[in-house]
Ligand binder design. Sequence first.
Ligand SMILES: Cc1cc2nc3c(=O)[nH]c(=O)nc-3n(C[C@H](O)[C@H](O)[C@H](O)COP(=O)(O)OP(=O)(O)OC[C@H]3O[C@@H](n4cnc5c(N)ncnc54)[C@H](O)[C@@H]3O)c2cc1C
Length: 486
Amino acid sequence: MTETNQSIVVGSGLAGLTTTFQLINNGSRVILLEKTDKLGGNSVKASSGINGVPTIYQHNNGDTIEFFQQDTIKSGKGLSNTDLVSTLTSKSLSAIEWLTKDIGVDLSKVTLLGGHSFPRTHRGSGPLPPGFAIVSSLIKKIEDIQTKKPDTITILKQSKLNKIISDEKNNKVNGVEYIDEVTNETKQISCKNLVLATGGYSADTQSLDTSLISKHRPDLLQFASSNGQQTTGDGVKIAERDLDVKLIHMNKIQVHPTGFLNINDLNSKWKFLCGELLRGIGGVLLSPHNGERFINELETRDVVTDSVLKHCNVSCDSNGLAMEKDTYISVLVISEEDYAKANSHIDFYVYQKLLQKGTFEQLYDLLKKINPNLDLSYKELIEKFTYIDELVSGSKTDSLGRKSFGNKFSNKPIYFGLTTPVLHYSMGGIEIDKNSRAIKKNGEIFENLYAVGEVSGGLHGENRLGGNSLLECVVFGREVSNHILN
Ligand SMILES: Cc1cc2nc3c(=O)[nH]c(=O)nc-3n(C[C@H](O)[C@H](O)[C@H](O)COP(=O)(O)OP(=O)(O)OC[C@H]3O[C@@H](n4cnc5c(N)ncnc54)[C@H](O)[C@@H]3O)c2cc1C
């Protein structure tokens, strides 16, 4: 292959876009490959936000890098690579400042998500979900550079990485082969550095012979996915096949407790995520069997999911819903006053018929529909919410351990909908060193192959904390570009 100075970045989610922007903004040439016809990947779907500590938007709430680090390691149950956690948490402030000051994204609202000791998950005050706001601003910045200096960047959409080409000793990457999905031609390009930013594998359930979920966690094939259908672990599969890279934590796949169940499309394999934000602002989860809360809704995702699996199984034979198989269903309820804290999100979900605004009578009817044998009268449902209001006001202590609630339900209109666990995030991926370079099975480090974002593994351990993935893309995307530039 011909000698070149250019980098190839594969994947145009937040990890790929951050790396690309930083490289071209510093005068380095990039070819960006994206297999779909749109830039943005799963990153555009991110709805809860991005973590950062200690930022001005936290208003001196007592949070520190040390607390953030401890929460991340605790959530990962001791499996996280602590060097990577240290980089993630100590560079989170500069990541937020870069996004707000250099890229121009509004991240002024802060929420408490499950497993965090302090509110530290940032999003904007306007209607745009944070993932979309960040990605669209970065794309605009990249396009501005492309207009001014067209030689710096080539963006190839519908171009699917197919093979990685390395030198004879398999120490160094020389280029890639990709399929132009428009013409079906196979093409080759050379590079000085290759950055894999192809995302995770939480939608890799369709072709069972190649599926990473089928290989590493067949027990999870029963769940639908919150991810885009392109999320099939291509980078992981190709790098292992062609370069013998080491994979880590491949069986660690996060099942998010709350994907929305659309009552008119219960059996779809693809679900909208009901972001943790909606529990963070005050939403509670009820069991379909007795209308009872069954878990501290602000526990980490793995704990909430385990509890849903234990308490919320609904048999397809015994209910008024058109379900093809037994499903786990919990009912999310949000107070009218808490609605104001995430009104644009909630309006969108109401528009999609995933949440409805209604009365407690309507909530009761829905519970009856899910479970005609519901062990609860309407009066008892109202009493349960009177009790929840006492927890909210602090006059009673929650036996489930929740310390932070939203506003009282107080017999006003409510927002409610059905949720179910969904495949959401792959903690596993390509093992990397502290500079995000891929490690081979024999322990050697590739000098010019980087893995950044969800394609990499080891940072999150057993269970990723909400808001840490967008942060990972920004922090390590910037680290990778610095390493390449220096
Ligand atoms: C619904 C949803 C909500 C979320 N909310 C949050 C949140 O609020 N906060 C948070 O921190 N995290 C959140 N996450 C997780 C987070 O969005 C993702 O983990 C993160 O965006 C991954 O970014 P990435 O750049 O690594 O990959 P992606 O954004 O998935 O991008 C990967 C890109 O690579 C492309 N690609 C794949 N294979 C190839 C190939 N062979 N050739 C060329 N291109 C290829 C894909 O098409 C895709 O565009 C959420 C995830 C989902 C699904």
